[in-house]
Design a protein around this ligand. Structure first.
Ligand SMILES: Nc1ncnc2c1ncn2[C@@H]1O[C@H](COP(=O)(O)OP(=O)(O)OP(=O)(O)O)[C@@H](O)[C@H]1O
Length: 764
């Protein structure tokens, strides 16, 4: 029992009163100790610090006993209600450096549900917010605060309902501001603590204005804690705006290296076209490891994921990128966290802050944009006091520039060579995947363009040299038969091997040029395949067109480069398909022409026979003359054929006419029914219940689709994602939505988590 605790003095004193008195004594004692926070500079354990028994209990239950360096330095100051600007290496324990003060400061203020919002934690990404929320749940379950996640990706009005009741919120900037603007009853006037986590990333992601607007809505009299892994200028700017006389806590500033001590770091210099072979060989030799592979775009991530799944290397493969639905991303985060051996292909969405336990290797397949991004990516392994390895793949053209950057940032990294005998080529397999599966080929093309684009867009031109990339070889290494044509929207005209790069001179002219380009690239096949109902290939092609359409919304890849012409070898395919297209697939032009005119213009049908090699021949070429004459002379055979075919056509014509008549009758009937209903409505009788119900359903569909519009992958409503596996995102989504309706015991979605957290943390 703590020294400040007392027993009930007399029977009339309720346990509640005693508890209150004990709590107050504990709080008084803590406050006294915190009048000199420097006295705790040498603390080793959480128990040595002046924090509440409840928080200590939560920390113990969460498995946290010993302090990390940043915690030792930042906690006494933050607990003493000072503004803190904290900077420490990745994986050094910054999260607890602000969560412990948040809980304890509210506790010391006797915060309860009627006091409203007491602490606000802002994180740049949803994943990170979820992660912070989970740690909060872990250590905060001994308190009685209510806590919520405000990260978008779920219904705004549901959040609106709950947000006003929360004591602690973990939020992403955009969604938070939306609530500040639109949610009546969301009041931050009492806010005690504001936390800005991953401040460097908040700034990198362009949230400066949003944060400024959020801060404007907060009371000036508050405590602010700002944490960051790197101390950039923009972080200092942010600190100037939001902190008051802050205490600077930069624990690793004087350290020899900026990366964790137990992180072993290597780089390998290789050609672009060899990267996937090296990656595959690496994975095959690390099957008993947990590996994260960073790529530079969502499209590459998807392609490499799909292709490697098909290669079946013998280890679970998952992928994470910004185009996945929020729930899917959270699922993947959990799945990888709980895996012992797995490979995660991902974009930089997973580079900062995410805390996957026990990652053995971080492989940077594509060069990071700068040394800070390298440090963040590599920091996904060797966290806390664990060991880890990082491997960076550099192109010969990237080597000097990137190594110089890393040296300046105090990153100790050494070169290793790949043993040629250990390297296995997967190019033939990728080629055959692309050949057999147009979807893989399509993904490969997109990956190619996305990679080129990402290199082109890099700011550091001394490292990233797009014109020196071996475009053809790279395309082949992805399994593509030809190099997709790409266009840069930029001043100078450049050519990448045979891949033509056309130019758009200035932003003013951009739109015009774009239009022109669109006109130019509309070949016969473009036009033909835009008619959705033609054939399978057209559907495949339409996806390309659809995704090009996506570009406005997704802002990811394609507004800078586009696939000018698609390497499908479509010509013969499409001609055949056109021949086979049925009458109801006629183009508008053909339909206008009328059947008779069309019949006049079109050539007569020919009967062809295919030889063993698949080559077509006229019928007579394949028949021996003697055999042919057995059935009578040529003229007689011709007459018999015409009579027989004529009869068949007559029958077919009768059937067609009967069918057309029936359709007309059905149409007429429908029209009459509609007219009748309209008359009834006008005379005051509403439509049937059934109809009302159906139209409600339609609205619901529309709502649910718009709810997902942050996710470009969804593309067309109701349309199955073409690149998915049998257990697709859609299926999972659907089942998780169903689950949401049911009472859940185990938290599976963010809502479940929140509900659980409410139970655990709060007494609403
Ligand atoms: N005192 C502690 N005792 C044991 N484990 C700890 C302690 N503090 C933090 N950890 C663990 O160390 C890991 C890294 O912590 P955390 O995510 O807070 O680091 P970070 O500094 O925020 O990293 P990043 O900059 O990458 O976000 C987590 O798994 C966390 O559970």
């Amino acid at each position: 029992m703590s020294p400040h605790k007392t027993q009930p003095g007399n029977k009339k004193e309720s346990h509640r009163v005693v508890r209150r008195r004990n709590e107050q004594a504990e709080i008084d004692s803590i406050e006294t100790k915190l009048s000199n926070p420097d006295a705790f500079a040498g603390a080793k354990y959480f128990n040595d610090l002046p924090i509440s028994d409840r928080t200590k209990d939560g920390l113990k239950k969460g498995g946290f006993t010993q302090l990390t360096e940043i915690q030792r330095k930042a906690l006494p100051l933050a607990l003493a209600k000072r503004d803190v600007l904290g900077a420490a290496k990745t994986g050094s324990g910054k999260t607890l450096s602000f969560l412990v003060p948040v809980l304890d400061i509210l506790y010391r203020s006797h915060w309860n549900s009627s006091d409203g919002l007491g602490a606000l934690i802002i994180s740049p990404t949803r994943e990170l917010a979820v992660q912070i929320f989970e740690v909060l749940k872990k250590i905060g379950r001994t308190h009685t605060f209510s806590a919520g996640l405000v990260i978008g990706g779920k219904e705004f009005d549901v959040e609106q309902e709950r947000i006003a009741r929360m004591n602690i919120l973990v939020a992403t900037p955009g969604r938070l501001l939306q609530h500040m603007d639109q949610t009546v009853g969301f009041n931050c006037d009492n806010l005690q603590v504001l936390v800005l986590d991953e401040a460097d990333r908040i700034m990198d992601m362009g949230f400066q204005r949003t944060i400024n607007a959020v801060v404007e809505n907060l009371p000036k009299q508050r405590q602010t804690l700002l944490f960051s892994a790197t101390q950039t200028r923009s972080v200092k700017d942010l600190a100037r705006l939001s902190l008051k006389d802050p205490e600077y806590v930069a624990v690793h500033e004087k350290a020899e290296h900026s990366t964790p001590q137990k992180l072993t770091q290597h780089y390998v210099v290789c050609e672009l076209q060899d990267k996937l072979d090296i990656l595959y060989s690496f994975i095959k030799t690390h099957l008993k490891n947990k590996v994260i592979v960073f790529l530079s775009s969502c499209k590459q991530t998807r392609f490499v994921y799909e292709a490697f799944c098909k290669l079946q290397p013998g280890i679970p493969i998952i992928h994470l990128h910004g185009k996945q639905k929020q729930t899917k991303r959270v699922d993947i985060f959990r799945q990888f966290s709980h895996s012992q051996h797995a490979v995660l292909f991902c974009t930089d969405i997973a580079a900062r802050g995410l805390d996957f336990p026990a990652v053995d290797w971080v492989v940077q397949l594509d060069c990071p944009e700068d040394a800070d991004t390298y440090i963040h990516r590599a920091g996904r392994t060797a966290r806390f006091d664990a060991e880890g390895h990082a491997l960076l793949m550099l192109l010969p053209t990237e080597k000097d520039g990137m190594l110089e950057e890393l040296k300046n940032k105090k990153v100790p990294i050494e070169e290793i060579k790949i043993r040629a005998d250990k390297q296995k080529s997967i190019q033939t397999q990728l080629q055959s995947f692309c050949f057999q599966d147009p979807e893989i080929k399509y993904l490969g093309q997109r990956a190619f363009v996305a990679y080129m684009r990402s290199v082109y867009l890099q700011r550091k031109k001394n490292i990233f040299k797009v014109t020196e990339l071996p475009a053809d070889e790279f395309a082949h290494s992805l399994g593509l038969a030809g190099t997709p044509k790409i266009k840069f929207v930029k001043k100078a005209e450049k050519t990448l091997g045979p891949a033509k790069v056309s130019a758009i001179p200035s932003s003013d002219e951009k739109e015009e040029e774009k239009e022109e380009e669109t006109q130019k690239t509309k070949t016969k096949y473009d036009r033909m395949f835009q008619k959705r109902n033609q054939d399978i290939l057209s559907e495949h092609y339409n996806k390309l067109v659809d995704y090009e359409g996506d570009k406005l919304g997704d802002g990811d890849d394609d507004d800078f480069m586009t696939l000018g012409r698609v390497d499908h070898a479509l010509e013969s395919d499409s001609d055949d398909n056109m021949k086979e297209s049925k009458a109801d697939n006629l183009s508008k032009r053909q339909a206008k022409m009328g059947k008779k005119e069309l019949a006049k213009r079109s050539s007569k049908g020919e009967k062809l026979v295919f030889d063993e090699e698949g080559k077509p021949h006229q019928l007579y070429e394949m028949v021996d003359e003697a055999d042919f004459l057995k059935d009578g002379d040529a003229k007689a055979q011709k007459d018999a054929f015409i009579t027989e075919t004529g009869e068949l056509m007559k029958t077919a014509d009768v059937d067609d006419k009967a069918m057309a008549k029936q359709k007309r009758a059905e149409k007429k009937m429908k029209r009459k029914m509609k007219e009748k209903e309209a008359r009834e409505m006008a005379s005051g009788n509403g439509g049937s219940d059934q109809e009302e119900f159906e139209s409600d359903d339609e609205d619901m569909d529309q709502d649910s689709s718009s709810e997902d519009d942050d996710d470009q992958e969804q593309g067309k409503q109701q349309k199955r994602k073409w690149f998915q596996k049998a257990t697709s995102d859609d299926d999972e989504e659907e089942s998780s939505t169903k689950k949401r309706v049911l009472q859940v015991d185990q938290p599976e979605t963010i809502q479940d988590q929140e509900a659980l957290a409410l139970k655990l943390l709060g007494g609403l």
